[in-house]
Design a protein around this ligand. Sequence first.
Ligand SMILES: Cc1cc2nc3c(=O)[nH]c(=O)nc-3n(C[C@H](O)[C@H](O)[C@H](O)COP(=O)(O)OP(=O)(O)OC[C@H]3O[C@@H](n4cnc5c(N)ncnc54)[C@H](O)[C@@H]3O)c2cc1C
Ligand code: FES
Length: 341
Amino acid sequence: MSFTVALNFADGASSFIQVKPGELLLDAALRQGISLPLDCREGVCGTCQGQCESGRYEQDYVDDEALSPRDLAERKVLACQTRVQSDASFYFDHAASLCHAAGPLRVSARVLAVEQVSASTAILHLCAGQHPQPLQYLPGQYARLKVPGSEQWRAYSFANLPNPGNRLQFLIRLLPDGAMSNYLRDGCQPGQLIELEAPMGSFYLREVRRPLVLVAGGTGLSAFLGMLDAMAERGGCGQPVRLFYGVNQEDDLCEQARLEGYKARIPGFDYTPVVSRPGDAWRGRAGYIPDHLDAQALAAQAFDMYLCGPPPMIEAVRGWLAGQALAEHQLYSEKFLQSGR
Ligand SMILES: Cc1cc2nc3c(=O)[nH]c(=O)nc-3n(C[C@H](O)[C@H](O)[C@H](O)COP(=O)(O)OP(=O)(O)OC[C@H]3O[C@@H](n4cnc5c(N)ncnc54)[C@H](O)[C@@H]3O)c2cc1C
Ligand code: FES
């Protein structure tokens, strides 16, 4: 006996799979040639997220940072933790093509430089030049990097576009005491090798059909730099693009010149830095990002919103959105969950 399960994707494609009683949805899909995006397989990272449209299911472990109580009430699921109990249908908010790619590659990349770009942030420049083809990823997706000298892996969003020389950038927050942070601050030297696995995740820029609101918390900016590079290369996206960039203190802000540069290259682009704990000299926006979102403008016109950064920032914005009467909108998010949770 098995259950028939429909997997529906954002591009309108559907697949039907057979799921054995007790089998994990992710495993059943893989067994039938559909590699749903995944990372931890432990109900923690949220990468394999979908939504149940019909049918009964139960989930094993779901970390509350991966799916909030609101998500669970909306029948969001983690495919790596879901066991169906009837015929069912699930929706995955990404294109089906993401499941048919060859899957993540593991490559060695050489450190070119660690560039300190603000008090708390560095850009790690790598070159995976030994790999014969350009690494393929969508701006917004991420790579897993192995911390040299350890068995620990950390996730980082690409901060630039795929390119023939495989020169890769990652915008990384330097924590006071973290495995990768300590390595980048104290041990990292040009020429060293870092193992890397990519592409990962289902956060990427969908076809732009209506105004975009991008919300970055801290180094969540990384994913948007890649997306904005892509828009700039194409001379824009035909819609206004508004980026809100939240940091703790003004000296955490980085890549200001690059962001300013997009104003000339992407018609309708603007960005607003928001500092939660500014010093006396700060003359810009202060507080948290929801304090600065324009409810009137978001009620007047349909929009798409992309959120990337620490889970509390994402939940704060989602909470704010839930309390407003807004025009039709679609929300996409990438939570920077801590490793090993
Ligand atoms: C999909 C995804 C994409 C990500 N992309 C990026 C990215 O582009 N840039 C980036 O900087 N990070 C990103 N992260 C977070 C990143 O993977 C690491 O968790 C982070 O860099 C910490 O690694 P570490 O080894 O320095 O610290 P760890 O060794 O993991 O942690 C050291 C200590 O710091 C604490 N800690 C960990 N994270 C935080 C935090 N955010 N605030 C306060 N304390 C903390 C831990 O509890 C621990 O006590 C992403 C995470 C995910 C899941
Ligand atoms: S792969 Fe399912 S939550 Fe991480």
